[in-house]
Design a protein around this ligand. Sequence first.
Ligand SMILES: [Fe+2]
Length: 279
Amino acid sequence: MTRRNFFLSAGGAAVGSYTYAYHVEPSWLETTEKQVRIARGRLRRPLRILHLSDLHASEYIPIRYLRAAFAQGLAARPDLICLTGDFITSATDYDEAAFGAALRMLTAGAPVYAVTGNHDGGDWAARSGWYPTPARVTAMLAGAGVRVLDNRSEVVVTGAGAVRLVGLGDWWSNNCIAGEAFAGVRGGEEPVVCLNHNPDGKQECAEAPWELMLCGHTHGGQVHIPWYGPARVAILDKRYAAGLNSFAGGRWIHTTRGVGNILGFRMNCRPELSSVVLA
Ligand SMILES: [Fe+2]
């Protein structure tokens, strides 16, 4: 290969990688399904949860992409939809009215429950000059019919049977208060599913009676380097960076790679629409 050809191919590869990482993979949604056997006869039939996270509505994640993602997720006909935080990236670059209208697509299809993430407001977001509390995002969600469960729980009755959802506030925002979230929750009745944006928050409730925890926050790493792995995963316990992983006491933690991203790129780590089926 001549010097000229070498530099032409290297330049071509760089342009190709850039185009792929910014313009192809970020919207190339992967639909996944995982079975979790925790119900042990407590449900009439398998209960299908659509687990979405890290929507990150922003200049990089247009509402029309989120609407397409919601339509694709609803095609799985979920009994229940759980959203695990980071609805926005910053307080300044999303269209609240359009986002609320898009979220109504989900609430028209199934009961929708949510917890907020570090980007949605609180101690962490305030350090960047964004919302000092998640109140504004919570109001948008509530206006669209989404039940927000930061540090509280509810029993949800679906066609498949009842399940108790316990929501934690965000761990990075110093709002993960397990004592409040699990108040009055004894376990042993309905399956207990915990919604928790950041998987590291599990430390706060390791002794609580949850059986499945649904998390986001990591984006699966967002960029995977071949033969190396995720470039950066923003959690302490890297075992829970993505996918369905076991936890002490026969429990499970599901971390979805998320629907959106930060700064508009992904590489070898496609956005994910997760179905988690309790059986
Ligand atoms: Fe996120």
